[in-house]
Design a protein around this ligand. Structure first.
Ligand code: SF4
Ligand code: SF4
Length: 204
């Protein structure tokens, strides 16, 4: 319904009086009330809709998990860690901003200084049982390393269900095939940044 239609709709200024019967006390009256409430026209309207859909064989459902609906590219599912295109190295520099900003306090990470005096991530986990998929970690990441991917099937029988760095990181064979999905997922760069990222991977 459009706004104009909504404003122009015919609304009576009079009160609509509801017909309230006294609650029946006799068994026969109770039975009559059940019959009256059960066999109303609405029932046949509903049945009519079902019959119509049956005859037309219209499909309104999918056979999940065999079939899956596409999800939006900005959907916030389980996190992904990206690699640099040139070197296949991890983009994450261990700055710790995602851990700091996480309002659910579910990111835990540890770093050490490597032989080149750069920070190296030695441990990184996200407790998906606590994560509320707000996207703050992806938004704050200065290296565009962490994004939300499209993997939403993360049910677990454990309340504390962790995803670790290796599980989130783009696999090397995917990098070698050049199929790391760059422009999808909340927190990812936008397509027009492609050239900048490829040419100056550490400058974006
Ligand atoms: S999506 Fe939100 S709650 Fe989940 S790890 Fe990131 S910042 Fe924390
Ligand atoms: S994922 Fe991003 S924000 Fe988090 S530690 Fe790595 S570089 Fe920093």
């Amino acid at each position: 319904m459009k706004n104009e239609q909504f404003n122009d709709r015919e609304i009576s200024n009079e009160y609509f009086m509801v017909d309230i019967d006294d609650y029946p006390t006799e068994p026969w009256d109770k039975f009559k009330r059940v019959l009256k409430r059960t066999f109303r026209l609405e029932l046949f309207v509903g049945l009519g809709v079902v019959m119509r859909e049956l005859i037309w064989f219209k499909k309104h459902t999918i056979s999940y998990p065999e079939e899956k609906m596409p999800i939006g590219p900005r959907y916030r599912a389980v996190h992904e860690m990206k690699r640099l295109w040139e070197s296949d190295a991890e983009r994450c520099i261990g700055c710790g901003l995602c851990e700091k900003i996480c309002i659910s306090n579910c990111i835990k990470m540890d770093t050490k200084i490597d032989k080149n005096s750069r920070k190296e991530v030695t441990d990184y986990t996200i407790n998906l049982g606590r994560c509320i998929f707000c996207g703050y970690c992806a938004e704050v990441c200065p290296e565009l390393a962490i994004t939300h991917g499209g993997r939403y099937e993360n049910a677990s029988d454990q309340r504390e269900h962790y995803v670790d760095f290796a599980d989130m990181l783009t696999p090397l064979d995917v990098m070698k095939a050049g199929t790391q999905v760059e422009f999808e997922g909340f927190g990812a760069i936008t397509p027009h940044e492609d050239e900048r990222v490829v040419k100056t991977p550490l400058a974006y």
